[in-house]
Design a protein around this ligand. Structure first.
Ligand code: TXA
Ligand code: MG
Length: 348
């Protein structure tokens, strides 16, 4: 690994400072560098897709296994087409409805995409981010940006520039600040390279939305399926350092269930961090991070930031109430289960 270097946190709130910050970040990328940048889902750790040395640096910086492919971010449909062998009908239809936005489509790649980007796969995942700074950065580079989430592998994805900075300080030259991410969890990944579309990773674009748009049922990949699922899904992910447990309410009111669990743990000398809807603020936890009103959208938006914030409190364990696995709640519970050590019954 290259020697540690000074990491610039470039603020890009608005106006002149925004265009200057984007220009500086694009300069870093054009010079073969690696830059953390905002998207509407989570912060990405980007390199120009055609710069193989820079793409390899992404894997080193993150400590990412080299068999886990990167998503390529584009600022136009034309730029996406330049990476693809052919354009499936579903791609056109879904891009028209969901781009720019949190949908990554996996299609057969062409020779323009370096093998190191796709971990040797014949397919490439492509997404047009909705965040204006992300698209402005891609336009300023004049080329697509390959980027995984901007966390050290295994940690929760960063949803603020400060959280990206926490992981990457001294490892890269630039973190471009675009404020907190609106969605807060990673994009839906949909494989269009096979006979039928398959969801490889659930996200805020839901199965129902995809099915309705394509006018057909959409399958989700299972670990045991014959087709290769998303390589990234086999790794442990998103985990805070503090052991996280998901609390099931078991038919009780969640606040009452949480209170009993917290009381029991604290009586046993455990310091408890609570990641839960804002109306749980009065519960007797040692540390608390609010998940808005506690709906799936609010969970998604605040969950990773909360895991990181509560990690800094030195608690013995972290609790988070389960939500219903429906709509975006499917993606939220998918990430929570990957982050958690296990479940706690709410009548414990
Ligand atoms: O929202 C997002 O998708 C964020 C932002 C930065 O765009 N990016 C992100 O990237 O979450 P990453 O690398 O953390 O997750 C990418 C996922 C991995 O599970 C990877 O295996 C899968 O997408 N993936 C990428 N290319 C693929 C391909 N060609 N075939 C199957 N899965 C692929
Ligand atoms: Mg990731």
């Amino acid at each position: 690994m290259a020697p540690p270097r000074q990491t610039l946190l470039l603020r890009s709130a608005r106006g002149h400072s925004r265009s200057t910050a984007i220009w500086l970040a694009a300069e870093e990328l054009r010079g073969g560098g690696v830059v953390a940048f905002p998207t509407e889902t989570v912060y990405g750790l980007g390199a120009i897709v055609f710069s193989e040395t820079a793409v390899r640096r992404i894997f080193r910086v993150k400590g990412r296994p080299s068999d886990n492919p990167l998503i390529v971010h584009v600022s136009s449909r034309a730029q996406a087409r330049e990476l693809m062998q052919s354009i499936p009908d579903e791609f056109r239809i879904l891009a028209a409805r969901f781009w720019p936005g949190p949908l990554t489509m996996v299609v057969t790649k062409n020779a323009a995409v370096p093998d190191c980007v796709t971990a040797g796969l014949a397919t490439v995942g492509i997404r047009m981010p909705a965040h204006p700074i992300a698209r402005a950065l891609i336009r300023a580079c004049g080329a697509p940006i390959a980027a995984p989430s901007a966390n050290i592998s295994g940690r929760p994805s960063p949803t603020t520039a400060e959280d990206a900075f926490e992981d990457l300080r001294g490892r890269i030259g630039v973190v471009l600040d675009g404020g907190p991410c609106a969605v807060g969890i990673e994009s839906t990944v949909l494989d269009l390279s096979g006979e039928e579309p398959v969801i490889l990773r659930p996200g805020s674009v839901t199965t129902a939305q995809l099915a309705e748009t394509l006018g057909r049922d959409i399958r989700s990949a299972r670990g045991s399926s014959a087709r290769p699922a998303s390589p990234g899904m086999k790794y442990r992910h998103y985990a805070p350092k503090t052991p996280l447990f998901i609390v099931m309410k078991n038919g009780r009111r969640m606040n009452a269930a949480l209170r009993d669990v917290i009381d029991g743990l604290r009586r046993n000398g455990r310091r408890v961090a609570l990641l839960a809807p804002a109306d749980c603020a009065g519960l007797p936890a040692d540390a608390f991070f609010p998940l808005g009103r506690g709906n799936a959208v609010d969970y998604a938006r605040h969950m990773y930031q909360g895991m990181r914030a509560l990690d800094r409190t030195g608690s013995d364990l972290m609790l988070c109430p389960a939500i219903e696995e429906q709509g975006i709640g499917i993606a939220v519970m998918n990430r929570l289960k990957k982050a958690a050590r296990g479940f706690l019954p709410g009548n414990a």
